[in-house]
Design a protein around this ligand. Structure first.
Ligand SMILES: Cc1cc2nc3c(=O)[nH]c(=O)nc-3n(C[C@H](O)[C@H](O)[C@H](O)COP(=O)(O)OP(=O)(O)OC[C@H]3O[C@@H](n4cnc5c(N)ncnc54)[C@H](O)[C@@H]3O)c2cc1C
Length: 381
């Protein structure tokens, strides 16, 4: 008589447990190599994708539904990784942004084929939207220009920095039409496109493990199948709150990590650290308030009102300032042990400045807030 054994597959552990495991076992051990040697945490990114870390904010019904969006869950996953390593957390944001662009579009082909691959980390990639974000804030001209041809566009130009890239990766990019100035098109651009080259000649003080390249495009053909918005106007208003809110994951993770360093220093240095003006308890309180605010805003990322956008920008500004302040305080609490080249505090401080300079940078946020205030008080003049 043969006996039949039924093998039940265990349910996967909750996402946050898996993300914390990956952070502890796949990222923490190589955090020095990522920081010093620019090692790209590709295996960890793939694992995070398989766990579902990049799918939370895109597995709902689309921007036309009101069923909540999972943006908060994506932020929590990024934050858990950011506690350990900002390079990996930023790669997660790049990946999340790419998935967000596709999910928020009306391009059913990309949603059917590329979105499942991006949201599971099978295909990796990022976003080249710093330049357009600055263009739409009157800070700099748009760097990619396109010409309409049969079946798509020919695109030319250079983006100085795009992260989480590789020969088979993709990124979201925006180009302006040569014959229609002020008409902007957004598309998902494969790095493998003919005429596209990735250049790497910059060494950063941190975030060097993010595979950040300059992207040169020489008459690259972008087919209509890759377009997510043409023209970009209404679509941009829909994607931008999510784009900015998701960055909170980097800020929250880094602040958590800085608090942990302050707490750690307490065990031997409390008798003197207690004289420092900023204590971990204050940062914990501030962080809890920021988390609550971002969780609330993340419930309605498709609110296109100016009042909502203003709140998102203000919250992002506060998060960037708090990140730098927390990393600075961690350095003071850790003292000399944070100042050695392998010390975590000096790495966290270098990483923290990235949150304040990545688009929208602190200065851009202040300009955007000033522009909104001016438009409401001066009637737009
Ligand atoms: C590690 C890293 C990763 C990044 N990843 C991405 C990404 O994935 N996608 C993306 O769109 N953007 C990326 N950026 C760009 C980033 O988002 C900001 O746009 C950038 O940090 C500058 O922002 P800023 O507002 O402070 O502008 P500023 O630094 O004040 O001015 C920016 C402009 O000044 C010029 N400039 C200044 N310094 C230099 C320099 N050393 N070399 C060349 N040009 C210079 C360039 O025209 C640039 O556009 C990355 C930047 C860094 C440092």
């Amino acid at each position: 008589m043969t006996t039949l054994t039924l093998v039940r597959s265990e349910p996967a552990p909750p996402l946050m447990d898996q993300v914390r495991d990956i952070a502890g076992s796949d990222i923490l051990p190589i955090v020095g190599e990522i920081d010093r040697d620019g090692v790209y945490p590709e295996a960890a990114m793939r694992k995070l994708g398989r766990a579902g870390a990049f799918a939370q904010h895109v597995s709902w019904g689309g921007p036309s539904t009101d069923s909540g969006t999972g943006v908060g869950a994506a932020i929590d996953a990024m934050s858990a990784v950011g506690e350990v390593c900002l390079s990996t957390a930023f790669c997660m944001w790049c990946q999340d942004a790419l998935a967000w662009y596709i999910a928020c579009s009306d391009n059913d082909g990309l949603k059917r084929k590329l979105l499942p691959e991006v949201s599971t980390g099978t295909v990796l990639g990022g976003t080249g939207l710093s330049n357009p974000m600055k263009r739409f804030c009157d800070i700099e001209p748009l760097r990619l220009k396109g010409t309409r041809v049969a079946g798509g566009y020919r695109v030319k130009g250079v983006l100085p920095w795009v992260s989480n890239l590789g020969p088979d990766h993709h990124f979201g990019g925006v180009f302006e039409l040569n014959d229609k100035p002020g008409h902007f098109v957004m598309a998902i651009i494969p790095c493998a496109s003919e005429g596209l080259t990735l250049g790497s000649n910059t060494q950063f003080v941190a975030l060097d493990g993010t595979r950040t390249f300059s992207v040169q495009m020489r008459d690259v053909f972008i087919s209509d199948d890759l377009v997510v918005a043409d023209p970009i106007d209404g679509y941009l208003k829909r994607i931008r709150p999510g784009f900015v809110l998701l960055q909170s994951g980097m800020a929250f993770g880094l602040i958590e990590g800085a608090i942990a360093l302050m707490e750690q220093a307490k065990t031997t240095l409390h008798h003197v650290n207690k004289y420092l003006p900023e204590q971990p308890e204050q940062f914990r309180e501030k962080l809890a308030a920021m988390r609550a605010k971002v969780a609330k805003l993340s419930e309605t990322p498709f609110d296109t009102s100016t009042a909502f956008w203003r709140e998102v920008l203000e919250t992002r500004l506060i998060a960037g300032d708090a990140t730098v302040a927390a990393a600075h305080a961690a350095m003071l609490h850790q003292g000399a042990r944070g100042y050695v080249s392998t010390g975590a505090a000096q790495r966290r401080l270098r990483e923290a400045y990235f949150v304040a300079i990545v688009t929208p940078a602190t200065k851009q946020l202040r300009k955007m807030l000033a522009d909104i205030d001016c438009a409401s008080s001066c009637g737009g003049h």
